[in-house]
Design a protein around this ligand. Structure first.
Ligand SMILES: [Zn+2]
Length: 349
């Protein structure tokens, strides 16, 4: 019968320890118990090496954990995340950390520290090579994060000039407590309840480019939900709706204006000046312009992907609110002079 050995205890680490921590523990123990350093601890060093070679290999560690009931199965699925994390930790593990963890051997006995021999150095190099190879082995399926879509509405003036909006987006991120590992010291992370993810609101400022088309979709790459096991983050899509007013509207790439003209401008025609969001425009009215007549200014609308829309001006005759006595007299004179019956053909085609 094979005797059960607690490899974690032998190395003085925990089932949650990273590869970097295991390696660090092994180095520390080897410095003390390698037979070259201390001939009395050969058996002990055999166990230490056995524990190390098992725990440093993700596949062997998984097998060992399952056989000895160290983790629940979901834990082992995060091996790739761990490997990635450990890679970062290699340089950042605080040196005092290893001093806090005492191996079972150290608790029982006290051996004097000796010089780190060349032989051991050689062993470490070999292990490091093996370990790097093992970390490249196939890992759980990467899962891409989902895209998120948000609708925003902007005014027509903002849309033409360009603006920005801050949106509050609910999205999933790696759990900040367990960093997506799901478990802490063998127990489910209390923050994310073992899912490795947390949903939270995040404020994102979106720049809306000038002359954006109504119904445009802006894409913010990687701002969607968090990917798992090295999968890509989703994207954030912003649907832009442009709200017009009674004077200005958007229609695809065209900008539509409703412009009032006076009765005499309508009759006499001539140049009029129209204030638009893109500056003043001169419009040439023909004689006898009718209310509702449309004028197209080609290519002056919104430009997108080498396509340009038009400005379309619809004029309508508007009577000024206040008229002077002289103006009234002129209208009266005009009324007497006019012989035309404008409603003559009302029922005819
Ligand atoms: Zn967590």
């Amino acid at each position: 019968m094979i005797k059960f050995k607690n490899y974690y205890e032998i190395l003085g680490v925990t089932p949650d320890s990273s590869n970097a921590e295991i390696k660090s523990a092994y180095r520390r123990l080897a410095r003390k118990y390698h037979p070259d350093v201390n001939p009395n601890t050969a058996e002990m060093f055999k166990d230490i090496t056995e524990a190390y070679t098992t725990l440093i290999n993700p596949e062997k560690r998984k097998q060992y954990n399952i056989l000895n009931g160290f983790f629940e199965t979901p834990k082992t699925k995060t091996t790739s995340q761990k490997a990635e994390q450990e890679y970062k930790e290699k340089t950042t593990t605080p040196p005092n950390r290893e001093q806090n963890i005492k191996s079972s051997f150290e608790k029982k006995k006290d051996y004097s520290e000796k010089v780190f021999s060349d032989t051991i150095n050689g062993i470490f190099k070999e292990f490091t090579k093996k370990e790097q190879k093992q970390q490249k082995q196939p890992k759980p399926e990467p899962k891409n994060g989902a895209d998120i879509t948000v609708d925003i509405t902007v005014g027509i003036a903002e849309a033409l000039k360009g603006t920005s909006r801050t949106v509050n987006v609910l999205h999933t991120e790696l759990c900040p407590k367990c960093k997506g590992r799901k478990f802490i010291n063998g127990a489910k992370c209390s923050d994310c309840k073992g899912t490795g993810e947390k949903s939270e609101y995040r404020k994102i400022t979106v720049k809306i480019p000038a002359k954006i088309k109504n119904g445009s979709k802006l894409r913010l790459k990687g701002e969607g939900n968090h990917g798992q096991n090295g999968g890509k983050n989703g994207d954030l899509y912003i649907n832009v709706k442009i709200e017009g007013n009674s004077k200005v509207k958007y229609d695809g790439l065209n900008i539509l204006y409703n412009v009032p003209i006076t009765p005499f401008e309508a009759v006499l025609g001539g140049d009029i000046e129209v204030k638009t969001l893109e500056g003043n425009i001169k419009l040439k009215l023909p004689k006898h312009t009718q209310s509702g007549q449309k004028f197209r200014l080609s290519g002056m609308g919104v430009t997108q992907k080498n396509k340009s829309g038009d400005i379309i001006i619809t004029v309508h005759i508007e009577i000024p609110q206040s008229l002077s006595d002289d103006e009234i007299k002129l209208y009266e004179k005009l009324k007497k002079l006019s012989s035309h019956n404008i409603r003559e053909n009302l029922l005819n085609d």
